[in-house]
Design a protein around this ligand. Structure first.
Ligand SMILES: NC(=O)c1ccc[n+]([C@@H]2O[C@H](COP(=O)([O-])OP(=O)(O)OC[C@H]3O[C@@H](n4cnc5c(N)ncnc54)[C@H](OP(=O)(O)O)[C@@H]3O)[C@@H](O)[C@H]2O)c1
Length: 276
């Protein structure tokens, strides 16, 4: 069986990213975060998604140190929070992220949301990229309208757009646009905090393939060429969320999920470009 934790995707600047990562939003409790991240590293996760906003960089540093997995084997993404999108603030906050993570480089740094100052944040990231402090740069929560306004104004194409994407909000327009422009998509809240099993179609598919509803949602995203970063502090779920190689959804099932009734929408709101 293929170990999907070892599968990578080549980003538009040639850097490779593991297609499954561990999300860490709401892992502020130090012991819980350290234990969860260490367990994930032990079973082979090599991609950790964090952000200034999650306040857990120090826990991640501790977990990596205790795991004894070499830093260079782990792909770390962090994000510059919305309040720090001035050029100088981004540079200062980036340095703080490195300090907290006890590393001298990031694998990927993202503009967390398309704020009115997203461009100056990205200009700072471009300079950090050119200085060799970050291996790849990108954006998060950008709609097609945001990207259309943003791309002509930047020198380095973002490698990534990290967005909310799940059976409730399949985001076909953003996925198509990013595929056309060779920008990778990563999905957050793919399993809708566990609620994805409330959809009848997802339940039926889970029964058919003898897997969990979370696994159906995660596999659906992967089969759409979308990178996944499910978060869990529960070892059995951390395992389950990467154990996705034992079944394949059919093309018809993928389009059924893409077009099913969306009656469970947790966060998603359509937005204007560069909103506050
Ligand atoms: N760019 C952005 O703006 C943005 C926004 C939000 C999140 N993110 C990133 O994306 C990651 C994933 O998103 P998310 O954490 O919001 O949501 P998620 O991964 O869809 O869901 C996490 C929740 O689902 C539970 N869970 C995990 N695996 C499960 C399973 N197999 N079955 C049932 N329940 C399960 C977890 O509980 P336990 O932990 O108790 O097991 C947790 O409460 C975040 O951690 C973060 O790294 C990015």
């Amino acid at each position: 069986m293929k170990n999907l934790l070892k599968s990578t995707r080549v980003l538009n600047n040639g850097v490779e990213i593991p297609i499954i990562g561990l999300g860490t939003y709401r892992m502020e409790n130090e012991q819980q975060a350290v234990d969860s991240i260490k367990y994930a590293l032990e079973i082979g996760y090599r991609h950790i998604d964090t952000a200034e906003y999650y306040q857990n960089h120090k826990h991640i540093a501790k977990a990596i140190k205790e795991s004894k997995v070499p830093r260079e084997e782990i792909f770390i993404t962090s994000k510059i929070w919305n309040d720090y999108h001035d050029y100088d603030q981004t540079i200062a906050h980036f340095e703080q992220i490195l300090e907290e993570l006890e590393t001298d480089y990031l694998d990927l740094c993202l503009v967390h949301w398309p704020t009115p100052k997203a461009l100056s944040c990205y200009q700072a990231l471009q300079d950090l990229y050119n200085a060799g402090k970050v291996r790849a740069i990108g954006v998060s929560n950008f709609t097609v309208t945001d990207l259309e306004a943003f791309l002509p104004q930047v020198n380095i194409k973002p490698v990534m757009n990290q967005i909310e994407l799940n059976p409730s909000v399949p985001r076909n327009d953003v996925v198509d646009f990013c595929n056309e422009h060779n920008i990778a998509v990563t999905s957050w809240q793919t399993i809708m905090k566990g609620q994805v099993g409330d959809f009848e179609l997802i339940q039926q598919l889970a029964k058919k393939y003898d897997v969990s509803p979370a696994q159906i949602a995660l596999k659906w995203a992967l089969q759409r060429n979308v990178i996944i970063i499910p978060k869990s502090v529960t070892p059995s779920r951390i395992f389950e969320n990467q154990d996705l190689d034992k079944f394949e959804l059919t093309t018809e099932e993928i389009s059924k999920i893409n077009t099913m009734t969306k009656d469970l929408n947790l966060n998603y709101e359509p937005v204007d470009p560069f909103r506050k």
